[in-house]
Design a protein around this ligand. Sequence first.
Ligand SMILES: Nc1ncnc2c1ncn2[C@@H]1O[C@H](COP(=O)(O)OP(=O)(O)OP(=O)(O)O)[C@@H](O)[C@H]1O
Ligand SMILES: [Mg+2]
Length: 234
Amino acid sequence: MLDVEGISAAYGRIQALSNVSLKVSAGSIVALLGGNGAGKTTTLNTISRLVPLTAGSIRFEGQPLNRLQSHHVVKAGISQVPEGREVFRDMSVRENLDMGAYGRSDPAGVRSDLDRVFGYFPVLRDRLKQKAGTLSGGEQQMLLIARALMARPRLLLLDEPSLGLSPVLVQKIFDIIARLHADGLSILLVEQNAAVALAASQYAYILENGEIVLEGASDELRQNEAIKRTYLGS
Ligand SMILES: Nc1ncnc2c1ncn2[C@@H]1O[C@H](COP(=O)(O)OP(=O)(O)OP(=O)(O)O)[C@@H](O)[C@H]1O
Ligand SMILES: [Mg+2]
C-alpha cells in the first residue's frame, strides 16, 4: 500500500533522514520506533509532503507521491495525526472536525462519517460546542484522531498518540486504534512507547539518527535482547 524507498531529508545542513525504506501493507499496523530526534516525525512529514525529500521515492497504492502537494496527499487517502495535541485551540470541537473534512464535496458522506467518528469517540459528541483548547489531554488526542478520520483516509499516520497520557488513557486510545484497524484502516504508528507499539503492530522499524537500524515482525522484536535493553527497559 505504502512504499517508501531510500528517502533522505534535511533541514538546512542537518541531515534528518538517510536512505530510509519502509512498507505498510494494506490492512496492517506498522510501528516506527525511536528516541527523541530519531527522525520519526520527519518521516511522516515527508510522506505527507510537508518536508521535501532530497532523495528516494514514496508510492501510495502504486502512485508516486513525490510531486503532490500536501492537500493532494490527503485526497489520495492518507491522513496524518500530528504529535503534541495540535488541535485548533480557539475553535470548537465541531469546527475542528469540519476542518478535517475540508475540501470534501459529499455532505451526506461527511455526516455519516461524523456519526461513525462519534461511534469511536462518544465523548466528542457531548462536547461539540466546547473550545478544543479546553478539552483534557486525552480528549484532545481523541479529537486529533477524529479530525484525521473526517478525511476518510485509507492510511492513517499516527504521531505518538500516547504522548503525555496516563496508562489508562493510553490503553483507551490503543483500544480505539485496534478497532480502527479491525474496521479496515491501515496505520503507520510512530511511538516512543515501544511496549504498547510492538503489542499493537504486526511489523516494526527502529529508527536511530535518521536511519533504519532494525526491522522485523513485532512479536520477534519484543523478544530481541537489544530492543529489550534499549526500548523496553528490561
Ligand atoms: N523544522 C526543523 N528545523 C530544523 N531541524 C529540525 C526541524 N524539525 C526537526 N529537526 C531536526 O531533525 C531531527 C529529527 O527530528 P524529528 O522531529 O523527526 O524527530 P522525532 O523522532 O520525531 O523526535 P521526537 O520523538 O522528539 O518527536 C532532529 O535532530 C531535529 O532537531
Ligand atoms: Mg516527533
